[in-house]
Each structure stands twice: as structure tokens, then as C-alpha cells.
Design a protein around this ligand. Structure first.
Ligand code: ASP
Ligand code: MG
Length: 422
């Protein structure tokens, strides 16, 4: 019997009715002859609420305790889903991440999965039970402490379990019908994509399309797990994320969509002496502080002064620690000052084979220009062009680009059932 892994996001299990509705769906899948493993997120905005609560008792909660607190959210929903299934006459058993064998490193708040040992899940399945697993959490191999895998990481729990259990598909349920050519909350005429290659989806997720957690897409690609992104509020087919080879007619459908991201900030290191080793020093310092950078731009140095500016973008939440780390090397590097800007947004056009179609870049920039949007930074890859713009211009830039590439649908296809996209 094939195994199906189903992951339900917070909006799908937001209240008792939602949990009962999801339970019906799980039981129907089981009755269709599949073994079902379910991964759940915390109910609604519960994770945010727990975070706020932590802030109220401590401005800097110890990471170990924060993880202990946040993982409680998923334990609540997993038990309730198991109860609702039991109420429908099916046997179900819930498991924490640790019980499900999700073994991680010991970095609280953003632990990485290093192994999955799903013996208890396999046994539950073998006994005809439905296994419900708490998403977004694991246990550290070294310290045996409870860890979380990062915000939104229940998707990654689901795909990792699907890989370990050799499931036939991993279904990711949220409150939208699939992956759209743009965020339907900004572009109501966005179109649903039937299929997306894992490679393109990876770029979309990395560029801010929040429908899937980035690491889950990486995992799915590595282990060849097909993902079906769909809504738990409808029976419609969603979007299939499939290996490259299975996506047909690559040459005609180049553009997959427009993604945006408002979670980044920009730092400029002003007047860095233009000599060998300075950039290395700056970026080593940031690496030591565990900061992931996105775009990096170094300007041509002014001939008269031999000084250059280096700008880069990074997650906003890391902004203050990056500024502090750079301040410590000010004299060593000899730069003049630091500028910090968190009123920025990134807009990315994504699709296969862009580099071989230079007209696409021109059309993208023309669309931004006619929408009156100023570009602050640019970066490109084989399948993506991204620009940094003023945060206030993001919606306009997304809509203008979407229209310029004729992605708009004639009717409104997208329904955001719950309103959060989780
Ligand atoms: N509940 C966690 C979060 O809100 C994990 C998830 O939903 O995937 O980030
Ligand atoms: Mg999510």
C-alpha cells in the first residue's frame, strides 16, 4: 500500500471546525486505500501568539526555552487532529517530532535535520493507524534538547518524512489552491500553475513566494519526492512540483511567475578602502555571525579616493546583529560608516531559460520604469532576475511585471479561503 504524507498548515487547523474538516479529509484518504501520515502546523497564528507571550516575559528569551514553548503549538494541533480522527472511527496516534525520529543539530530556532528514524511512525502505519506528526520540530542529536527548524518549517518536516518513508506523494495543504503566477492578494488575476519544476519552485521560494518553505523544496528535489500544493478548503487539483524532466513544453512557457519579498533589509558599508582582502574581512565577519546574505553589490571605486561602497541584503531579523558585528571591525577595515535601510522589497521574475532570452530583462525593466518604480539593486541567475525597490513600490512593481509578461488570467481564479496563505 502506498504512503501519502499530508501536511496541513495553520489556517487549515485554525479552529475546531477546521480540525474536523481536515480529519474528514484524512479519513477519506485512508479509506481510499492509502496509508496516511499527517504533519500539522500550530493552529492559526498560535506560533506568533506564543512568541509574543515570550516577549512579554523576557525581551531575549533563552533559545532553548523559546523552542520548548513554540513546539507546544504543534503538539496541541496534533493531539486534536488525532482525537477528531478517532471520533470518526479510525485509529490515529500523534507523535512529537522527537518521537517521530526527527533528529537535528543543536541550533535552536533554525535547527537542520540530520537524520530521520521513523521507526515508530512505520510501526503505527503497519498496525493500520494514521500517524499524526507535529511539524517544525525535532530533537538535537547531541544535547537531546527539543529544537525548532525555523518558521514555516512544517513543510520541511513533511517532505523529510515523505522521503524517509518512501511515500508516493507529499501533499501540502494551505488556504490557497496552489502556486500562482503572483501572490493573489496583490494580483487578483494571478493564474494557478499546474506544474512547476522543482528548480523553478526553488527560486520562487527563495525569492519570497511563501507558499512553500525553501528547505522543503530543496529536500524534495534531492530525494525526488513529488509535492502537490493544494487547498484543504476545496477539492480542486493544486500545483504539482515535479522533477525537471517531467515539465513539458519548457521552451514556450518560459516565465513561471513574479515573486516578492518584504523580509529583507539592506546594509551599505560606506567608503571601504579598495584593496585586496577588505571584502573577505567584511563577509567573514558576517559569516561568523551566522548571517545569510542575499544580494551583494560593490561599486566601482572613485578614482580620486580609491574608496568603494559595498551593499548587501540580508534577512531583516538579522539586521541589528549584522550592524553590531560590522561596527566591531570598523577600525580594522577602515571604512567610513554604515547605512541601514529596512524599507526595501525584492521583486523577482522567475522562469526557465532566461539567460538565453535577453529581451526578458529589457521587458522587465521597461515595465518597472513605466510603473515609475526606481531600481536600487539587481541580481540575476539562469532562471531569475531580481530587483530591490522601495518597499512602498512592491505591489505596483509586481502587478506591472505580471501584466507586462501577459500572465494575467481573464477571470479571477484565486480564492484565498482563510486569508493567511499558510
Ligand atoms: N507553526 C510554525 C510557524 O508558524 C511552523 C509552520 O507553520 O510551518 O512557523
Ligand atoms: Mg507554510
Amino acid at each position: 500500500m502506498g504512503i501519502v504524507v499530508q501536511k496541513y498548515g495553520g489556517s487549515s487547523v485554525a479552529d475546531a471546525d477546521g480540525i474536523k474538516r481536515v480529519a474528514q479529509r484524512i479519513v477519506a484518504t485512508k479509506k481510499s486505500g492509502k496509508d496516511v501520515v499527517v504533519v500539522v502546523s500550530a493552529m492559526g497564528d498560535h506560533t506568533d501568539e506564543l512568541r509574543d507571550l515570550a516577549q512579554q516575559v523576557s525581551p531575549l528569551p533563552p533559545p532553548r526555552e523559546l523552542d520548548m514553548l513554540l513546539t507546544a503549538g504543534e503538539r496541541i494541533s496534533m493531539a486534536l487532529v488525532a482525537m477528531a480522527i478517532a471520533n470518526l472511527g479510525q485509529a490515529a496516534r500523534s507523535f512529537t517530532g522527537s518521537q517521530a525520529g526527527v533528529i537535528t543539530d543543536s541550533v535552536h530556532g533554525r535547527a537542520k535535520i540530520i537524520d530521520i528514524t521513523p521507526g515508530r511512525i512505520q510501526r503505527a502505519i503497519d498496525e493500520g493507524h494514521i500517524a499524526i506528526v507535529a511539524g517544525f520540530q525535532g530533537v538535537s542529536q547531541d544535547t537531546k534538547d527539543i529544537t525548532t527548524l525555523g518558521r514555516g518549517a512544517s513543510d520541511t518536516t513533511a517532505v523529510a518524512l515523505a522521503a524517509a518513508l518512501e511515500a508516493e506523494v507529499c501533499e501540502i495543504y494551505s488556504d490557497v489552491d496552489g502556486v500562482f503566477t503572483a501572490d493573489p492578494r496583490i494580483v487578483p488575476t494571478a493564474r494557478k500553475l499546474e506544474q512547476v519544476s522543482a528548480e523553478v519552485m526553488l527560486e520562487m521560494a527563495a525569492s519570497g513566494a511563501k507558499i512553500l518553505h525553501l528547505r522543503c523544496v530543496e529536500y524534495a528535489r534531492r530525494y525526488n519526492i513529488p509535492i502537490h500544493v493544494r487547498s484543504s478548503f476545496s477539492q480542486k487539483q493544486g500545483t504539482w512540483i515535479v522533477p525537471e524532466a517531467k515539465v513539458g513544453s519548457m521552451e514556450q512557457a518560459i516565465i513561471a511567475g513574479v515573486a516578492h519579498d518584504r523580509s529583507e533589509a539592506k546594509i551599505t558599508v560606506v567608503a571601504v578602502p579598495d584593496k585586496v582582502g577588505e571584502a573577505a574581512r567584511i563577509f567573514e565577519t558576517l559569516a561568523d555571525a551566522q548571517i545569510n546574505l542575499d544580494m551583494i553589490v560593490q561599486n566601482v571605486s572613485a578614482a580620486a579616493t580609491n574608496l568603494t561602497d559595498i551593499s548587501f541584503t540580508l534577512p531583516r531579523e538579522d539586521g541589528q546583529s549584522a550592524m553590531a558585528a560590522l561596527a566591531r571591525i570598523k577600525d580594522g577595515v577602515g571604512y567610513d560608516s554604515l547605512l541601514y535601510d529596512d524599507q526595501i522589497g525584492k521583486v523577482s521574475l522567475i522562469g526557465a531559460g532566461m539567460r538565453s532570452h535577453p529581451g526578458i530583462t529589457a521587458r522587465f525593466f521597461a515595465a518597472l520604469a513605466s510603473a515609475g518604480v526606481n531600481i536600487e539593486m539587481i541580481s540575476t541567475s539562469e532562471i531569475r532576475i531580481s530587483v530591490i525597490v522601495d518597499e512602498a513600490d512592491v505591489d505596483e512593481a509586481v502587478a506591472a511585471t505580471h501584466t507586462a509578461f501577459e500572465l494575467d488570467s481573464h477571470e479571477v481564479e484565486a480564492v484565498v479561503y482563510g486569508g493567511t496563505g499558510r
